[in-house]
Design a protein around this ligand. Structure first.
Ligand code: FES
Length: 264
């Protein structure tokens, strides 16, 4: 059973909070201990309203760490994130974490990073954290249209090869980001890492299975507590040693999972 190590709770100061695409914001938080500890695909829980139960924290993974700060990206989709959007420079948020199991950089010749929407975040962090392996990485990013596609040049390392796709063709390839996968796979020596909407990751997992290559997904399940207590984030596994291992908590045993092992 994974343990929560390095769990930190500290006030984090907002040092940047700006729009990066329609309805999507980047927030930079100064939080020395969490900035030092967090790894790609791990997440923090942010208390978006101090008046509410601590179980109503929201999970966000890190995009990048610089000194004592880390960046998150969030979609404004409800009261919690609306409050975050209104946060001003110098405001303080209660942040806890890091939580969850991180992405480990695979040792294959090609590392294909397949992202959709705000799922861009943990994959970008992996690329920022592992410059020595960046030449093996290809980053594929999908969004609905140009207004929902952030300026990826500002979010990704300059030397990371990237290809974009939009449903309407307003930027990059017209169609799904998954259409691009086969162009960039080295059949014998590729690992796919993915994060994004559930249908996209399910398609990525199916493509990887067809090509017989490993694939790891960072799940974006709804998470309430973030540390294994509420069982609100469970995911069903295909093969399980005992019946009580059929469902596992994405917050504790994930969010990174072997895509071939779970029921999509
Ligand atoms: Fe509560 Fe996973 S979010 S158990």
């Amino acid at each position: 059973m994974p343990e929560i190590s390095n769990f930190i709770q500290e006030p984090a100061t907002v040092v940047q909070n700006e729009s990066v695409s329609q309805g999507v914001y980047l927030m930079r938080l100064e939080s020395p201990q969490i900035a030092k500890a967090i790894q790609p695909a791990q997440f923090v829980q942010i208390l978006t309203d101090p008046g509410l139960s601590p179980f109503l924290r929201r999970p966000f993974s890190a995009l990048r760490v610089q000194g004592n700060t880390f960046d998150i990206i969030y979609d404004v989709i409800g009261p919690g994130t609306e409050r975050m959007q209104k946060a001003k420079i110098g405001d303080t948020l209660n942040v806890s974490g890091p939580l969850g199991q991180p992405f480990q950089p695979p040792q294959t010749k090609r590392i294909l990073l397949v992202a959709g929407g705000v799922g861009l975040v943990p994959l970008a962090f992996l690329a920022w954290q592992h410059p020595a392996q960046r030449s093996n990485m290809v980053y594929l990013m999908g969004a609905a249209n140009s207004t929902r596609m952030p300026n990826m040049d500002a979010l990704l390392p300059q030397d990371l090869t990237r290809y974009l796709a939009t449903d309407d063709g307003s930027v990059g390839h017209k169609g799904f980001v998954t259409d691009l996968i086969s162009d960039h796979v080295i059949t014998t020596d590729t690992t796919i890492l993915t994060c994004g909407p559930h249908p996209m990751m399910a398609r990525v997992a199916a493509i990887a299975a067809d090509l017989n290559i490993p694939c790891y997904a960072s799940l974006e399940n709804h998470m309430a507590c973030g540390f294994g207590a509420c069982v609100g984030c469970v995911v069903e596994y295909k093969n399980f040693e005992t019946d009580d291992r059929r469902y596992r908590r994405a917050c504790l045993e994930g969010p990174v999972v072997d895509a071939a092992a779970i029921v999509w």
